[in-house]
Unconditional design. Structure first.
Lengths: 629, 121
């Protein structure tokens, strides 16, 4: 308890620091729901999905060049793979359009699968999404930092530190309550889309009209190109699954349907299609460009420049203003993409916590109306992963996407059940669409786990079941506590004989205040206990007790043969407790509250006694604070 | 004293250690052990003062002494006074009187008492 009081005393100071970082608290009444137009909603919800074009092509190339060692053959594979990815994107988007209409209040994978498929699939979806949001932060931040490092190669040794810095920055910004505001999201997203389109259009013009030659490589890159491996089905699937990360973030629109202006579902579905068109065409364009310009990247980060940076440098003829604008826009959209996780992770964790599968703290909102604990947890988890994987995207990619596609599969399967249950107009056709989506994404998820198992896909494959066990354990505990505490119709709180014990060290103002307080409780029995060492101590305390008119309260003095203070007091309390069957014991302890500086000089024995009494049944411990200015 | 005994004594709680000490201390007096005091018969017992209480008993001051001889403990009440010279923590007391039960305690009300300033001598 002394520690708690110390905390209270310091809280005035620590809250000043918190106020400076987080800002002043917002009242709940200001929690207005902001509605977004389509032009604003596109950058807000699509930044995550569109940003994946910044690394998807690169990841395909890494698999072929660095892992598969197929050399020049890699470039002929780019366009076929991107076509398959675009086909997949189309299937997923059409499926999700139906979710948007069926769940106008927001239908994340967790909600849809929990409602339609039951508890366990819902939890699988929840767990995989939570993992995924953490990875979105990691991958996007790592990608954004990679874009900076491509522009300023000198920063390469500090990659991890820069990543951590940005995560911390986002944590503070989100604890302040960064709204999904268009003013923040729109410029970087549109800048990125424009610079990407410019790069593709200018690039294709220079390749096909001006006959721009491929990038010239030296050193490691040249070495990778000289490899002569053949393209096996295994590496083809592996490259495909790397490319499929372009689909991450597609579900964001369906989660955020209520944030759209009316008619919500129609606007959301239009936005989803715009997003898919932008995503698909940019990805396809980049693949064609990369096929002709032949950028090279390895999986260990020996080549510092990203594929996008290499393309921009070649297309714009060196490191000029256009190159830097492209790099900056890439960096900005990736940081924004990471930031969408900061909106989604706390929201999802609060939903799961409300269903009692996560600690309740996740559903508490902080000073600025954000789910602060979710924000902090997400940041710490991301930092942990970034440190563990040294800020390398390609190391994180295999962990990613498994969860995304698990989420897709379950959500689509949930939609199939939803259509079957509700049987609205054309339900058979809708059900078929979702069934196709579900089966396709299920196969893709399966391919991921198989071809990338040893690269890290085993981590989510193990983590998701572990998280489920955790969810269930928490749920069981909360259920048990609730059913234990649930009052039956004729429940009356039991009567207790109230027994108050005041602990007395010496007779002073503090003791007198504590005794007066104890008397005000109107207990059935009130005694004061003091541990004395010598006869003189006993005499002094007895005399003071009479002198200050406390003698109408029983004072017991006990000795401690072995000089210990805690043990005799606890023994005495046990003895007193045995005298009645139904008693409730309140132990009143006077405590001195001084400045933080000198607090540790006081209350040490009180702290020890309190620590021992904390778990004693039927015992209330009360501190009477004696404030010493 | 074998190793077994050392281990045994290391595991003993403070209460047990104290009880052993008290049993040894009063062994020579051959009085009724406190653990075997029968009510409503005159007995003579002794023990070390373990707790002293000043309390108002129906408005008049009284003092309660708890003595312990290692086999058990009894409460001795002296009414009308707050303190008796010579009765102190750690001191020993022989008490002669008739006991009664009050809640879970054995109580002697205003018994004849003898101070045993040097323990069992």
């Amino acid at each position: 308890m002394a520690g708690f009081i110390t905390l209270m005393a310091t809280s005035t100071k620590s809250s000043a620091v918190k106020r400076f970082l987080i800002g002043k608290p917002i009242p709940t009444s200001e929690d207005a729901h902001q509605r977004l137009s389509k032009k604003i909603a596109l950058p807000v919800f699509a930044s995550d999905a569109i940003s994946s074009t910044a690394y998807a092509t690169e990841e395909i190339l890494i698999v072929f060049l660095s892992l598969g060692a197929v050399g020049m053959a890699a470039y002929s594979m780019l366009v076929p793979i991107s076509l398959i990815v675009i086909a997949l994107l189309t299937i997923v988007v059409i499926s999700y359009r139906q979710t948007i209409f069926a769940y106008p209040n927001g239908g994340g994978s967790y909600i849809v699968s929990k409602e339609n498929l039951g508890e366990y699939p819902g939890l699988v979806a929840g767990a995989s999404l939570l993992i995924d949001y953490v990875l979105t932060v990691c991958v996007s931040v790592a990608g954004g930092v990679a874009a900076i490092i491509s522009a300023f190669n000198g920063l390469a040794p500090h990659r991890v530190q820069i990543c951590i810095g940005f995560v911390l920055l986002m944590m503070v910004a989100n604890l302040r309550g960064l709204k999904e505001s268009g003013a923040l999201f729109a410029p970087p997203t549109y800048l990125y889309v424009l610079s990407l389109i410019a790069l593709i259009v200018v690039g294709l013009y220079r390749v096909f009209v001006q006959h721009l030659p491929p990038i010239e490589h030296t050193g490691e890159a040249q070495h990778l190109l000289e490899m002569q491996g053949s393209v096996t089905a295994f590496y083809f699937l592996k490259a495909f699954s790397s490319g499929a990360v372009a689909l991450t973030g597609v579900e964001a629109v369906s989660n955020g349907v209520p944030a759209f202006k009316k008619p919500e579902s129609r606007n959301a579905s239009t936005t989803l299609i715009w997003m898919a068109v932008i995503l698909g065409s940019c990805f396809f364009g980049l693949s064609i460009l990369a096929q002709h310009l032949q950028p090279v990247k390895d999986h260990e980060g020996i080549i510092p420049n990203t594929v996008l940076a290499q393309l921009a440098e070649q297309v714009y003829g060196g490191r000029n203003i256009f190159f830097y604008v492209t790099q900056f826009a890439t960096f900005a959209i990736l940081i924004l993409a990471a930031n969408t996780s900061y909106a989604d992770f706390p929201r999802l964790s609060s939903l799961i916590a409300k269903d009692n599968y996560l600690p309740r703290q996740f559903s508490n909102r902080g000073d600025r109306l954000v789910f602060s604990n979710g924000v902090i947890f997400l940041s710490l988890a991301s930092i942990g992963l970034l440190v563990a994987f040294k800020g390398q995207i390609s190391a994180l990619i295999p962990l990613y996407a498994v969860g995304v596609f698990t989420g897709f599969t379950l959500s689509q399967a949930g939609m199939v059940v939803h259509h079957y249950k509700h049987r609205e107009a054309k339900w058979k056709a809708h059900m078929a669409v979702n069934a196709v989506g579900s089966v396709t994404t299920f196969f893709v998820a399966g391919i991921f786990v198989v071809v990338k198992f040893t690269d890290g896909a085993w981590i989510p494959a193990i983590l998701i079941p572990i998280m489920m066990i955790g969810f269930k354990g928490i749920h069981r505990h909360y259920t048990r506590v609730r059913s234990f505490l649930l009052p039956s119709d004729d429940y009356v709180a039991p009567f207790h004989t109230h027994f108050v014990i005041v602990l007395v060290g010496s007779v002073n103002q503090g003791t007198m205040q504590a005794v007066r307080y104890a008397q005000s409780l109107r207990p059935d029995r009130l005694i004061a206990i003091s541990v004395v060492e010598t006869a003189e101590d006993r005499q002094r305390i007895d005399e003071a007790w009479i002198k200050f008119n406390l003698a109408d309260v029983e004072l017991q003095t006990i000795t401690s043969e072995y000089r210990d203070l805690t043990e005799p007091i606890l023994n005495r309390i046990n003895e007193l407790d045995e005298e009645y069957d139904d008693d409730l014991i309140t132990v009143v302890i006077p405590e001195f509250v001084t400045s933080v500086r000198s607090q540790w000089l006081h209350n040490q024995s009180a702290l020890a006694i309190k620590a021992r009494l904390l778990f004693r049944p039927n015992t209330v411990v009360t501190s009477v604070p004696i404030v010493i200015p | 004293m074998g190793l077994k005994n050392i281990v045994k004594s290391a595991n003993k709680g403070i209460r047990e250690l104290d009880a052993e000490r008290l049993v040894d201390k009063f062994a020579d007096l051959n009085l009724t052990p406190l653990g075997e005091v029968a009510v409503r018969t005159k007995v003579k017992v002794c023990g070390e003062v373990k707790r002293m209480t000043m309390k108002p008993r129906s408005g008049i001051p009284s003092m309660e002494i708890v003595i312990n001889d290692g086999t058990g403990q009894v409460t001795v009440i002296f009414s009308g006074r707050r303190h008796i010279a010579g009765i102190e923590h750690g001191g020993c007391l022989a008490v002669e009187g008739v006991a009664y039960r009050e809640r879970n305690n054995t109580v002697f009300l205003n018994p004849v008492y003898t101070l045993l300033p040097h323990g069992a001598e």
